[in-house]
Design a protein around this ligand. Structure first.
Ligand SMILES: *Cc1c(COP(=O)(O)O)cnc(C)c1O
Length: 454
């Protein structure tokens, strides 16, 4: 019998992360200070973030060594399996030339790709002698990854969790508590930003942008604390390239190479993580792989947003990031893919999209969940609602190849499992899940107020 799983031996695990900035034809524009609108200084960044992460954020080195203590923790679940989705292919009745593979990041202890960066961030924080970290979490995936990593490296962690998710996903909170983190629903009454949000609307369900504001405010008021972010920034995407580096070696093992690589898109870290190593091969002229980011229709910054300088948070506390954005005041519908409810995208992914080096598609919640159910029924794994967007995009690619009578090798990143997001499936199965229509006027409301800086 053929083995289905493709796994690298420990001796062949990647020992370096890949920094796409080194190979970008147009480098990302600098982050700007929210007050002076001048490029941010390292001093300001160091006040908010861990120093080594700021160095990585600004680095143009192509390869960055993965520290040994980080590699040791990675070995708990890495290499993550790559598998051919043969049962899904069969259910779709695809011809032999159309193949679907998936890289399975759901096998990490926290259930998603997020620990790849959380472990690195916690390691560098402890190396700097820090004891206190704050962060935010949308769907709860980043918070739980960071809670695990913080505990492993002896750090205290406070997590601001978007209120809709806090209420929908009590088990996420319990995971974080089990790993020793303190969790607050955002907006909370523990910060000025949170109190202002509650005063404006006591029923505010919160946004990622708002939760970031609360976590950053706490850091600005506590000299010994630092803030960490689970996506968007270059250093986070850098850490996630372990996914694509492994994936490339795994495809090599079976003598295959993808024509298409797909990741769902929140802030860009799992997409960049799987796609950037393949993009390197494209940029070097060796390959022509299409790279596709799949975002939700209700939060379409890549397909309908504008390339502008904008804040990473809703209150305007973070540096201005050159990004595809819907505006920092944009309030996405309360869809179940909480990790994709973010108004903007990272500066590298944004520049790369502007330069036409990858594609973006938007996908409706009901269709993506339906694809998730099909995947569960065929491949056995119940995917995270976020990941179902990548599955749906992969199915569309397979169908398009079939209609065109072409062969196609498709790889998608299964960014996480949905065992703690079953509420989304309950809603889908009972027929209560709905799609949201977002008008151009709604988008214009939050985009048009952005200062035209470029
Ligand atoms: C956070 C999350 C995402 C989206 O975030 P990115 O930074 O775009 O990767 C996607 N899938 C899962 C399972 C997540 O937890």
């Amino acid at each position: 019998m053929k083995t289905k799983k493709i796994v690298l031996p420990d001796s062949e695990l990647p020992r370096q992360w890949y920094n796409i900035v080194a190979d970008m034809p147009n480098k990302p524009l600098p982050l700007l200070h929210p007050g002076t609108k001048q490029p941010v200084t390292k001093e300001l960044m160091n006040r908010i973030f861990v120093e080594e992460l700021v160095n990585q954020e600004m680095s143009t080195e192509r390869w960055i060594d993965i520290p040994e203590p980080v590699q040791d923790v990675y070995k708990i679940w890495r290499c993550t399996p790559m598998a051919r989705a043969t049962q899904l292919e069969k259910a779709l009745d695809l011809p032999a030339g159309i193949k679907i593979y998936f890289k399975n990041e759901s096998v990490s202890p926290a259930g998603s790709h997020k620990p790849n960066s959380a472990v690195a961030q916690a390691y560098y924080a402890s190396k700097q002698g820090l004891h206190r970290m704050t962060t935010e979490t949308g769907g709860g995936q980043w918070g739980s990854a960071m809670a695990m990593a913080a505990e492993m490296f002896g750090l205290d962690l406070r997590v601001y969790m978007v209120k809709v998710s806090f209420n929908q996903k009590p088990y996420r909170k319990m995971m974080m508590n089990t790993w020793g983190a303190d969790v607050f629903a955002s907006p909370s009454d523990t910060t000025e930003v949170g109190r202002a949000m509650l005063a404006a609307n006591p029923d505010d369900g919160g946004t990622l942008g708002g939760a970031i504001s609360e976590a950053v405010e706490l850091v600005m008021k506590n000299e010994d604390a630092r803030y960490c972010l689970g996506s968007v920034l270059n250093h986070v995407i850098l850490h996630q390239t372990i996914i694509g580096e492994e994936a490339m070696r795994q495809m090599e093992m079976v003598g295959d190479y993808p024509d298409v690589v797909i990741g769902c898109f929140g802030g860009g870290s799992n997409f960049g993580g799987i796609a950037f190593p393949f993009l390197r091969e494209n940029l070097a002229g060796r390959r022509k792989t299409r790279l596709i980011a799949a975002e939700p229709t209700c939060c379409p910054k890549l397909t309908r947003g504008e390339f502008q300088y904008d804040h990473g948070d809703s209150a305007g506390l973070t540096p201005l990031i050159p990004m595809f954005t819907l505006g920092h005041a944009f309030h996405p519908a309360d869809i179940h893919a909480g990790g994709l409810r973010y108004h903007g995208a990272g500066s590298t992914v944004s520049q790369l999209l502007k330069d036409g080096l990858f594609e973006a598609v938007d996908i409706e919640q009901v269709e993506s969940l339906a694809a998730g159910v099909l995947f569960a029924k065929t491949e056995g794994i119940i995917p995270a609602p976020e990941s179902t967007h990548a599955i749906y995009a992969a199915i569309c690619e397979a169908r398009a190849a079939q209609e065109a009578g072409e062969s196609r090798t498709i790889v998608f990143n299964l960014s996480g499992h949905g065992m703690i997001d079953l509420y989304a499936y309950e809603q889908y199965l009972s027929g209560a899940l709905k799609n949201y229509v977002l008008t151009d006027a709604e988008i214009a409301k939050t985009v048009s107020v952005l200062e035209k800086l470029i």
